[in-house]
Design a protein around this ligand. Sequence first.
Ligand code: AMP
Ligand code: GLY
Length: 440
Amino acid sequence: MRVLTIGGGGRESAAVDAFHRAGSDIYAVMKNSNPGIIEKAKKYLLTDEKNIAEICRFAKENIIELAFVGPEAPLEAGLVDALEEEGVPCASPTRAAARIETSKSFMRELVRKHKVDGNLEYAAFDNPADTETYLKKVDHEIVVKPVGLTGGKGVKVQGEHIHTMKDIMGYVNEIFENNIGGAGVIIEEKAVGEEFTQMAFCDGKTVAPMPLVQDHKRAYEGDVGPNTGGMGSYSDADHLLPFVGVEDRRKALDIMKQIVSAMSEEGCPYRGVMYGQFMLTKSGPKIIEINARFGDPEAMNVLPILEDNFEKICWDMAKGTLSGAVRFAKKATVCKYVVPRGYGTKPEAGHRISVDMEGVKRSGAEAFYSNVDMRDGVLVTGTSRAVGVVGIDDSLEGADWNCETALSFVESDAIFVRHDIGTRDLIQRRVDHMREILGK
Ligand code: AMP
Ligand code: GLY
């Protein structure tokens, strides 16, 4: 099948790889020259991923039969709606369905209206004065979020990034003054526990789960420093996590199924990958956010161990013919992102980087290029995450070892990596934290 892919990051590199394994003819659109994607594409177009007119022209010219959109920005811009109007089936949500991610107040209101489990207390505001009046009344710790998209970096948590009423209102005012996210402020109850990601394939009614993954948002080892898009992630061979059992996973999946049926009832059926970010608390999984796409880095954990045909799954999502189960190998994975020096605060772009892909493959691992670019024939870093390296093995320990071996094939003098991701120590801390919360 002639498949159009949108996006040039690590997540899209993993998706392109999965299409390639499925035998698709790949037509790729991205804004940076990602060598991993270019190598597997029949043809590619370098343009802004929100350039709808140009992307539709490229799709028509190449008689595209199926489209897959990686990042959220083109979903919000209405790319899927435009492609569908041109007759191209899409394995990604329309603009209306993508509101589950692009508007945090839409998501919370939908969940409240349809009495979906796992909601948190919240209130959305369009001015600082009403926000302050509300804040004076709440008797629990809170989280401040811009309502709209901020690339995963707009959230401030009381007790971590903000402490006093002055700090909180300072950030609320900043969001309004600078129009961060473009749609006001949402104040949420702070959930306390351990986070995990449940992703699923959806076709408007059927929801087929992927293995659970845990991401690491903080920039530095030991879970400190600023929030990032995600520094790395792991998944276990039994598709659960060391601190999330079968029952809590079932609850999380049930929440996602309730959301998918609520969206159909609202007249905006959800087709595509859905990403559920949950906090496992002492009263079960709570919704932190729902995204309208694969997680990045989480896509790099699950796609390399996908056993079914990715093109077929995407076709079924687009056409509403998905079966309830998709198969993944019983393998553990550890993904560590190589990021440019200064990432999280002041990233330094434009430094030379090289990856010995043969070496990575020989070690049984995978590496996916992300925000890198070609400049005068030289591969250089951008301001975001550069290369995702994924170790795969029967156990988490083996996967971590495999990932570290593969990391030695990445060379640059202006990068860093969170080596603690996927290690026994860090995972044990998560397990202990969860035990403490549950009072066990
Ligand atoms: P988000 O961009 O919504 O994923 O938020 C970024 C990070 O902020 C999450 O991964 C959580 O660690 C934290 N966070 C967001 N919402 C909440 C909440 N309601 N309670 C506690 N932590 C939260
Ligand atoms: N890894 C977090 C995200 O993709 O939103």
